[in-house]
Write a protein that binds this ligand. Structure first.
Ligand SMILES: [Zn+2]
Length: 332
């Protein structure tokens, strides 16, 4: 079953910021690129209700529908290096395993659903942002915040400064629908007890170089991130790592990627909310220049489908064995 979360009625998503911007910038609207409303910024694939498990997987960076109002000034091929291309295809057995799969349709270079909404560098804007901004050091240094200013190769994406109205539009019609859809399915998954969340990505084969670090050795096939233990119980992290290793993949934990904002937002292992980031090395399945699948990609997808059966068995067992403190309290 597939649901599309289209833009909901304006009142639901219109924040005070956006309303304020509309008032402040009405006179500028005619000078901007035509602003379009996306039909489906996020897709949600549900399992059969009878087999549904408290397992949610999300792919925030595999979207490839470039909005017409993007207005970038760099070669598309260079911009596409930001994508985790095909990741939701690699994991498309999630619903058959009993989980829910959420994925973005828009590219993360347009706006990144895995960044905090205040992670904006005001220097990229042509006018004042009408709210607080808290850009991270990485955003200021690499230009990869909520709205990226640079490609991974440090090329500027724009030949202009963006208007605050443009960024507000991207937040309200892409970032917020994604976060809301994911939040809703995670909330539903944890209604009866603990939940397990796999946050799905792929990483460039030169990940250390991109991060400006000296590689301590070969990049692993799979990097699991749990914010150094803060977003996921160690037992689940260990099970997923073992599942990949049993299938012949090398696995590293939290190095070089420990996780980002979606883990910070949704991971709370003390409450039974386990969020684990999974990064697949792109060299395993993708031609990193053309973004086309390699012949062996279907093997990776089959391995993941098999791994998902193990994950589902773990969730089925652990969900029954470990009720959350709140459900224990209700039982008493
Ligand atoms: Zn990613």
């Amino acid at each position: 079953m597939k649901l599309s979360f289209a833009r909901k009625a304006g009142a639901l998503y219109a924040s005070a910021i956006f309303i304020g911007l509309n008032r402040a910038f009405t006179s500028l609207t005619m000078q901007l690129p035509e602003i379009l409303i996306p039909a489906t910024p996020v897709q949600v694939l549900l399992p059969d209700a009878a087999a549904a498990l408290p397992l949610v997987c999300d792919s925030p960076h595999s979207g490839t529908d470039y909005p017409a109002d993007f207005g970038y000034a760099v070669a598309t091929a260079d911009l596409r290096r930001c994508e985790d291309t095909h990741v939701h295809w690699l994991w498309d057995a999630v619903p058959q395993a009993g989980g829910t799969l959420v994925h973005a349709t828009f590219p993360r270079s347009y706006i990144d659903p895995n960044r905090d909404v205040q992670d904006i560098n005001p220097a990229m804007l042509a006018d004042a942002w009408p709210g607080p901004t808290t850009p991270t050091a990485r955003t200021l240094e690499l230009g990869m915040g909520l709205v990226a200013t640079h490609t991974p190769a440090r090329q500027p994406i724009y030949a202009r400064r963006l208007s605050a109205q443009e960024v507000a539009h991207r937040i309200e019609h892409y970032w917020r629908p994604y976060r809301q859809a994911l939040g809703e399915v995670l909330e539903a998954a944890s209604a009866q007890g603990p939940r397990w969340h796999l946050n799905l990505h792929s990483m460039p084969s030169n990940a250390y170089e991109r991060l400006g670090r000296v590689a301590p050795g070969p990049l692993a096939d799979v990097v699991l991130g749990d914010l150094n233990g803060r977003s996921c119980g160690s037992e689940f992290t260990g099970r997923v790592a073992e599942g990949f290793r049993q299938r012949g993949y090398t696995v590293a934990i939290n190095d070089p990627y420990a996780g980002q904002d979606l883990l910070r937002q949704f991971g709370a292992p003390s409450r039974g909310h386990h969020s684990l980031q999974v990064e697949i090395n792109r060299a395993l399945y993708l031609d990193e220049h053309t973004r086309e699948l390699l012949p062996r990609a279907s093997c990776v997808r089959e391995d993941i489908a098999s791994l998902l059966q193990d994950v589902a068995a773990y969730v089925r067992h652990a969900g029954a064995a470990h009720p959350t403190p709140s459900s224990v309290a209700i039982a008493h």
